[in-house]
Design a protein around this ligand. Structure first.
Ligand code: ARG
Length: 459
């Protein structure tokens, strides 16, 4: 059977190889909800504008709703020779309604139809990823209660740097995911404009009302230029960029927790429901979920690359190349959604090992910078204090001591006025309590931030 998009102008039936090569229904069927939603809005608009009658519009809307129910029930047969989701649904409508069904495509092209479907799909995807990110933030905030008072080393260059509260780590992740949510919201704003009604490329001579369909579909505005909008896939690329960055953030977290759960670090127990075994080494409890999270970011970044290269150099306006936008877009959203799906329970169920952590917190001179600042507070210039504390670290290392174990005479080498109050800021606990600056790991600052996050997340 020949495709409904082939008009009377063709002298030859489509080659079977072309039919298989050019179909998109095998993946764009996933747009069926958005496609039907767009068509219902379009049919209502056509009736409002007198382009079809009210009863015709009602028949079309009813038919489309029946088709939707059939698809949801798994009873609808998508057919390859009908090319894409748009023509499959329209064809089913025509089979039901005859000539009335043939009126739905008035003042519309698949070019504006697919752009509209994609915008609706991107909007839905953003809303559901945003909800998952919010859940993940909540899981980190819950951890702040659970891990109250636990101190961890902060690293730079993956070398021990300064002590921080465990909650400070969890809040750091909340910040990253908050920026991801802001980026999604920003992307949503640009996706949320109506492309329906630009028809093929130049608009239509028929008296349509694009504001009406915009309102029906919840779009906040109407795309201004028909040439631009039929080629515009920026919103899809932006979403996949946002998803790539979410993947990058998740991969950093995954890497950190893989390290922390090693015998070498021994900071963290991963829930066994989220670990896998080895088929040969019976002792192995592997962090595959985290490794896959780290790995899947690569796929999403690859999808972004695919999309950028796809649209590069395309002349205005619609080109069939754009059909290739859907697999990478769908895959990126699905992949990140699946990563978030396992990340949330993993964050909730993993357990820090405070004893194992605190047993080794004294190693690595985490309080050295605090000591330097204590000297600055006592009038010693920063460069001098920096050099001197370095000497103390060398001395303590040689003697196998912590800074807090050095006798007062060692400190008095830099200034005879130094007294025992210097010890108050030594040791990780003293160091943590000495912090004051906004955004620091000072317990008071951290508590304020936890409260602010609770209020923001409604936890
Ligand atoms: N399946 C097509 C796509 O995804 C729909 C638009 C086709 N338009 C056309 N004039 N061939 O891009």
């Amino acid at each position: 059977m020949s495709s409904p998009s082939r008009s009377g102008a063709f002298e030859q039936a489509v080659d079977q190889r072309v039919e298989k090569f050019s179909e998109s229904v095998s993946f764009d069927w996933q747009l069926y909800r958005q496609d039907i939603r767009g068509s219902i809005a379009h049919a209502r608009m056509l009736a409002q504008q007198g382009l079809i009658s009210e009863s015709e519009s009602q028949a079309i809307v009813g038919g489309l709703r029946d088709i939707l129910a059939e698809i949801e029930a798994g009873k609808f047969q998508f057919q390859q020779h009908l090319e894409d989701v748009h023509m499959n649904i329209e064809h089913a409508l025509i089979e039901r309604l005859g000539d009335v069904g043939r009126k739905l495509h008035t003042a519309r092209s698949r070019n504006d139809q697919v752009a509209t479907d994609l915008r609706l799909w991107v909007r839905d995807a953003i809303d559901s990823i945003d909800a998952q990110l919010r859940e993940l933030q909540s899981a980190f905030i819950e951890r702040c209660d659970h891990d109250q008072g636990v101190i961890l080393p902060a690293y730079t260059h993956l070398r021990r740097a300064q002590p921080v509260l465990a909650a400070h780590y969890w809040l750091a992740y909340c910040e990253k995911f908050e920026r991801d949510r802001e980026r999604l919201a920003d992307c949503r704003r640009r996706a949320n404009v109506n492309s329906l009604g630009i028809a093929a490329v130049a608009g239509t001579t028929l008296p349509i009302d694009r504001r009406f369909t915009a309102e029906q579909l919840g779009f906040v505005d109407v795309a201004r230029n028909s040439l631009d909008v039929s080629s515009d896939r920026d919103f899809a690329l932006e979403l996949v960029f946002c998803l790539s960055l979410i993947g990058v953030h998740l991969s950093g977290w995954a890497e950190e927790w893989i390290l922390w759960s090693t015998t070498e670090f021994d900071f963290l127990d991963l829930p066994h429901g989220f670990c896998t075994g080895s088929s040969i080494m019976p002792q192995k409890i592997n962090p595959d979920v985290l490794e896959l999270t780290r790995g899947k970011a690569a796929r999403v970044i690859g999808n972004l690359q695919t999309l950028l290269v796809l649209v590069k150099g395309l002349p205005l306006a619609y080109n069939r190349d754009l059909q290739e936008d859907k697999p990478p877009l769908f895959d990126a959203a699905k992949t990140i959604s699946e990563c978030l799906d396992v990340a949330v329970p993993l964050v909730r169920q993993a357990r820090l090992k405070p004893q194992s952590i605190s047993a080794r917190l004294d190693q690595g001179f985490l309080d050295a910078t605090t000591l330097m600042e204590a000297l600055i507070k006592r009038g010693i210039p920063q460069r001098t204090a920096h050099h001197f504390v370095g000497e103390l670290v060398r001395e303590a290392t040689c003697r196998g001591l912590r800074l807090a174990d050095l006798p007062i005479e060692e400190f008095q080498k830099i200034s005879p006025n130094l007294d025992h109050s210097i010890y108050d800021e030594l040791g990780v606990q003293g160091a943590i309590e000495a912090f004051v600056s906004e955004g620091s790991t000072a317990p008071k600052r951290v508590s304020e931030q936890i409260a602010a996050w609770r209020a923001r997340l409604g936890n």
